[in-house]
Design a protein around this ligand. Structure first.
Ligand SMILES: [Zn+2]
Length: 482
């Protein structure tokens, strides 16, 4: 009941809550240590947490709800920018056994022991009803659509396993309803390692972190290759996934060609800005402090419940002026810096939430369903950065936490603006840029003259679907699938 109430009241996945709830149980000395470390790395008096805020932080930690059934081992592991999920060790001992009769019903018992199995020994009985529901035969799963055909709700809750033959390659099971199923042992193993399953579902390539040195050799693919074959799109999406951005060299300098290029990944996401945009503005005639000003590094659409994931920029022309260099910052890399140097502030930006808003024009009033933290995690792993001080709206109560948010935000902003983290580049006609708006922050320097840019957004799920289907065998069906 507690879990359900929490989920309903917050709307965030239970896994995120589980992670969030880990921190409050950290001992007070942990909080104290982190803040002490924070203090030690600061020279500016004004950046130091006040005793009052420090006290509030430790109060907040203790005030978080307790949960039942939480894995004690993972309990004290804090959020982290990069979590290298251990893969199941192929040398770990696997033992499958058929358990014919137990008080809680029959099932297939799996014991997985050995080093590096996510640091845990696995010993679980997989329930017969789940196995029956997960049968992958042609009657139970449509062979073309891969959709479930079995009538889940006609499976008797008392279903048992009559017989099971276990070999290294397969597990053949006869159920009490007369149905026979075959399972791949490694698929069952993967299902019992939730972190591994999640990592595999996302496409388990660790990000390559970078700073300004990326300017010497930025990731780039050839336009002709991307347009000619899926092999080119495979390389392109792989580089975006690993670096968070990529150039495409040799694109015709037209909005039509740029749109066609972007649609090689997926369809374009429409927003209140339209779909594919082609923006011409005579900045020289605009003397406003708005249109040609520099922009600090930020992410876009922080006011959406599901912010746009990919964004493409193609500079078609820039005449009669100068400036307008583009800025990219690897948010995951800077988050790593913050985590190392000021872990308490990393936690502040992971925990404390704010709204974004787009309410300026055209009768728009856009807010996310829930206030959001700057750093969103899945389990321990950082998966999304939302950072746009221009579009930031109210901070979530309690008001006592607000001063601490400002201190964390100030340090984060300071690191974002560190020259070692800023990658400046003048965009060129014929070389569109695409970047991951959930990871890479973008900005630009002030400019004069007339610029014409085109581009568009792509949704996260659509990007990952294309990336997975090209970069993993069997059209993205991975080994963990049944
Ligand atoms: Zn079946």
């Amino acid at each position: 009941m507690i879990r359900r109430a929490l989920r309903l009241s917050t709307g965030i996945p239970w896994t995120a809550i589980a992670s969030a709830a880990q921190l409050p149980r950290l001992t007070r000395s942990y909080a104290g240590d982190a803040l002490a470390a924070t203090k030690a790395s600061f020279n500016e008096q004004e950046d130091q947490p006040s005793p009052k805020v420090e006290h509030d932080l430790s109060l907040r930690r203790r005030a978080q709800p307790k949960k039942r059934g939480q894995n004690q081992k993972n309990h004290n592991e804090p959020w982290h920018p990069i979590v290298h999920t251990p893969k199941p060790n192929p040398n770990a001992t696997k033992k499958f056994a058929f358990i014919p009769k137990r008080p809680e019903g029959s099932g297939v018992r799996l014991e997985l022991t050995g080093p590096n199995v996510d640091g845990n020994e696995i010993c679980r009985t997989i329930p017969a009803i789940w196995l029956r529901d997960s049968c992958q035969c042609k009657q139970c799963v449509h062979p073309v659509t891969r959709q479930r055909e079995v009538d889940t709700f006609s499976i008797p809750k008392t279903i048992t396993i009559i017989k099971a033959d276990v070999t290294d390659d397969e597990i053949r099971v006869l159920f009490s309803d007369g149905h026979e199923s075959t399972f791949k042992p490694e698929a069952l193993v993967a299902r019992l390692l939730p972190d591994h399953e999640w990592s595999a579902r996302q496409g388990d390539h660790d990000p390559i972190l970078w700073g300004r040195e990326i300017k010497e050799k930025p990731p780039m693919v050839d336009y002709d290759k991307v347009m000619a074959s899926d092999e080119g799109v495979k390389e392109w999406t792989y580089l975006i996934k690993r670096y968070g951005f990529c150039y495409v060299d040799g694109c015709p300098v037209s909005p039509e060609a740029t749109q066609e290029l972007l649609e090689r990944i997926s369809f374009i996401r429409h927003t209140h800005y339209g779909g594919f945009w082609d923006f011409t503005a005579d900045m020289a005639s605009n003397d406003t402090a708005y249109t040609n000003l520099g922009l600090d590094a930020h992410t876009d659409t922080t006011y959406f419940t599901d912010p746009a994931r990919l964004q493409m920029f193609h500079l078609l022309s820039h005449e009669g002026g100068e400036g307008g260099a583009s800025l990219l910052v690897d948010g995951f890399k800077v988050a790593m810096d913050l985590h190392k140097r000021n872990n308490a502030y990393y936690e502040v930006l992971s925990r404390y939430k704010s709204y974004g808003h787009a309410s300026g024009n055209n009768g728009n009033s856009i807010f996310p369903l829930e206030p959001q933290p700057a750093f969103t995690h899945h389990g321990r792993q950082l998966v999304q950065i939302r950072w746009n001080n221009y579009d930031r709206d109210g901070l979530q109560p309690p008001v006592e936490s607000w001063p601490h948010w400002y201190m964390g935000a100030k340090k984060w902003n300071h690191l974002l603006k560190s020259p070692v983290n800023e990658y400046w580049e003048q965009l060129k006609p014929g070389r569109p840029l695409i970047f991951d708006n959930w990871r890479v922050l973008h900005g630009r320097s002030a400019f004069t003259g007339q610029r014409r840019l085109c581009g568009g957004y792509i949704n996260g799920d659509d990007f990952l679907a294309r990336y997975r289907s090209l970069n993993f065998p069997n059209n993205g069906l991975m080994h963990w699938q049944m």
